[in-house]
Design a protein around this ligand. Structure first.
Ligand code: KG4
Length: 340
């Protein structure tokens, strides 16, 4: 059988990324991030879309060059179809369609959330063996999603629970914003939290039944408490930012792990993975290590480079779909909202 070269394209939010895989092994993964949003404290959809337009051609070009192949060697083009920001998705979707058509090769649509979960199957070499056995439980935590997913196969995933309002990453980013710490808040909160006391402040935790999450109450509790403290001491954040970050992070990790423990208990599946941008968080990674020791879980934590949005994860789903002959028509629309 001839070699399978998949080009993956990701453009769902504010990262333009392209990757090339050969027979499921990653050859290149190039990502252009968008600093333009920092000044606004959050992603501005129109600016994101314009930046994708500027970045998509050079990023794809670089990914193909780095892979050491020519575009004519590509077997198929896989692209993120959704969920995400419509203006951002449209750039990647349109580019993928035009590129595949010009090369006369098939198109493969990929669900972004499925991509995050499948980041665990990205192989950097032929003998890379770190991927979880099926079935496993995956905590998927990103800027837009917080879900507990039961993964039976790459194309058979069941959402056991999910946030009923804000995502964990969104809550972290918003709390960081009200503290005036900058965007994106996740890495900043993570860094500060390492130097703070996680038990310094208490914030309200949600009482939601089942496996679902809620983070909007915590966000409000954080905001109201902060307002009160800043009224009493205008330099409160400056003096206590490490403790605030550590307490916020501790509360969010505690909420995430409680439901995850419940899902593991109920399903009896002790192979547990974490995925999505928030899985870069050191507090969450430590909690996973701690659960592995205490409860005998076998845990799977992705490399930092595959936690946030990247095209390697889109490429690996594309590879599996290619093997199954699952292609999409040229008129397949982008979806801003879609689950598994
Ligand atoms: O997966 P991702 O890149 O984008 C989405 O698909 O949403 O996730 C982005 C989210 C942001 O909320 C960002 O603040 C958060 O991941 N994040 C972190 C860390 N690094 C990124 N949150 C906590 N700790 C981190 N180290």
């Amino acid at each position: 059988m001839s070699d399978i070269y998949i080009l993956g394209i990701e453009s769902s939010c504010d990262d333009t990324s392209a990757a090339v895989l050969k027979n499921g092994v990653l050859l290149s993964n190039v990502t252009a991030s968008q600093a333009v949003h920092e000044a606004y404290g959050g992603v501005v959809p129109e600016l994101a879309s314009r930046a994708h337009q500027q970045n998509v051609v050079p990023v794809v070009d670089q990914a193909i060059k780095k892979a050491g192949i020519t575009k004519e060697q590509l077997t198929a083009v896989a692209f993120t179809r959704g969920p995400g920001l419509m203006g951002s998705l449209l750039v990647g979707v349109s580019f993928a369609k035009g590129f595949a058509r010009s090369l006369g090769i098939p198109l493969i649509d990929v669900n972004h959330l499925q991509g995050h979960v499948m980041a665990h199957f990205i192989k950097e070499s032929e003998d890379d063996q770190h991927c979880p056995p099926l079935p496993f439980i995956c905590l998927l935590v990103s800027g837009g999603n917080s879900q507990i997913v039961l993964v039976r196969a790459y194309n058979d995933m069941e959402v056991l629970g999910q946030t009923i309002d804000d995502a964990a990453g969104e809550a972290i980013d918003k709390c960081s914003k009200v503290m005036g710490l900058g965007y994106p808040g996740g890495p900043i909160i993570d860094r500060l939290a390492r130097q703070g006391n996680p038990k310094a402040y208490q914030f309200s935790e949600p009482q939601i039944p089942g496996f679902d999450y809620s983070f909007s109450g915590l966000k409000t509790s954080f905001l109201y408490n902060l307002r009160k403290w800043v009224e009493e001491d205008p330099d409160f954040v400056e003096h206590h930012k490490e403790d605030l970050a550590a307490s916020l992070e501790w509360t969010i990790v505690d909420i995430l792990m409680k439901k995850l423990r419940l899902a593991v208990k109920q399903t009896g599946i002790k192979h547990v993975a974490v995925a999505g941008g928030v899985s870069a968080n050191n507090g969450l990674r430590n909690a996973f290590q701690d659960h592995a020791r205490r409860y005998g879980w076998t845990i799977y934590i992705p490399k930092f480079s595959y936690t946030t949005d990247n095209a390697a994860m889109i490429g690996i789903v594309g590879h599996y779909k290619y093997l199954d002959g699952e292609f999409c028509p040229i008129d397949a629309p982008a979806f801003s909202k879609v689950t598994f």
